[in-house]
Design a protein around this ligand. Structure first.
Ligand code: FAD
Length: 298
């Protein structure tokens, strides 16, 4: 298993901001994953799982623990009838492409989400009326202490809006079985292209970001609240509320994690003062002093 030290997490996260992780471990098999989890459990060292880093920010102070980043061996995608069996490090886009090639429909609305399949299960990622919950048949996980491997059903996962049981248990997703439906390849492809066009026209994809920064508060739209609070285009250092889509915070160049978090607090305080609505980050904020992680949504 590859072990690296002082790893610059800007290279592993889509926001391209933040500090270094003390250690990164890259297991290449379920056995190696269990081995590292058991070792970390024994030593009591902090650790976290990182998928494609498209919903995670590391604080500038860095992460004083081990980041587990699943290796290429976890990126396989296999087709079995109407089922797609994906390693959890496989990208959603790659899985959607493979499904399309085999005339399997279901992934089109989520095909443009730039995460891994494991991260998508953890977040119950969704877009344009589709979400992982509609597609997951079962998931194979390793327990947080590395001792057990078990299979969870869709119901076991307790999937809700950007929510899954994995967020509470710390289990590691290793593979995911999706149940899709047979359809015409050309129709699937054109639907995927349409959803991608929608993304391109509405989202500031030319800048580093983590997508929608805040969860949708019940009864509201985060972007609309931010815009109505007069914060469209607001910036702190290199971090900015996108002028194209107020729900996105972008890195205009050289943003630090501190810039991003200051802007996050500005949005939270302003929206709370103006409309009495709490804005909870959808983005996972990690690293720095341990007590901060709990407050800010880790
Ligand atoms: C431009 C852009 C557009 C986006 N659009 C959308 C969208 O339309 N809809 C949407 O829902 N999201 C969207 N996102 C956010 C993000 O892509 C999703 O949340 C995605 O599911 C995160 O996957 P990841 O692998 O990058 O997760 P990471 O950021 O690597 O991790 C996110 C969380 O998942 C956990 N995790 C990752 N892999 C595993 C695993 N194998 N086992 C257990 N836990 C794991 C991590 O510990 C972490 O807490 C967007 C992001 C960007 C940058």
């Amino acid at each position: 298993m590859k072990i690296m030290h002082d790893v610059d997490m800007r290279e592993y996260t889509s926001f391209r901001a933040g500090g270094c992780a003390d250690t990164m471990a890259v297991p290449e098999s379920t056995e190696e994953l269990q081995e590292i989890l058991q070792k970390l459990q024994r030593s009591g060292e902090e650790y976290l799982l990182l998928g494609n880093g498209s919903n995670t920010i590391f604080r500038d102070e860095g992460y004083h623990g081990t980041v587990i980043h699943l290796g290429d061996a976890f990126s396989s995608i296999k087709v079995d009838g109407e089922r797609l069996i994906c390693g959890s490090a496989a990208l959603i886009s790659a899985a959607a492409h493979e499904a399309m090639e085999h005339g399997l429909s279901g992934m089109e609305p989520i095909s443009g989400i730039p995460g891994s399949i494991g991260g998508a299960v953890f977040m119950n990622a969704g877009a344009y009326g589709g979400e992982m919950k509609q597609l997951i048949e079962s998931v194979q996980v390793v327990s947080a202490d590395g001792q057990e491997i078990c299979t969870l059903s869709n119901e076991d996962l307790q999937l809700g809006y950007r929510m899954s049981r994995i967020q509470k248990t710390g289990e590691v997703v290793v593979s995911v079985t999706l149940k899709l439906t047979t359809a015409d390849r050309a129709d699937i492809l054109s639907a995927m292209q349409e959803f991608m066009q929608k993304r391109n026209s509405k989202q500031p994809l030319q800048y580093p970001s983590a997508g929608s920064f805040f969860k949708r508060p019940e009864g509201y739209f985060a972007g609309k609240l931010i815009q109505d609070a007069g914060l469209k285009g607001a910036s702190v250092g290199g971090a900015q509320i996108s002028a194209k889509h107020s729900g996105f915070m972008i890195n205009r160049g050289g943003a630090t994690a501190d810039d991003i978090l200051k802007l996050m607090h500005l949005v939270q305080n302003t929206v709370k003062d103006r409309f009495g609505v709490e804005m909870e980050p959808e983005v996972r904020i990690v690293g720095g002093p341990a007590e901060k992680n709990e407050k800010e949504g880790r």
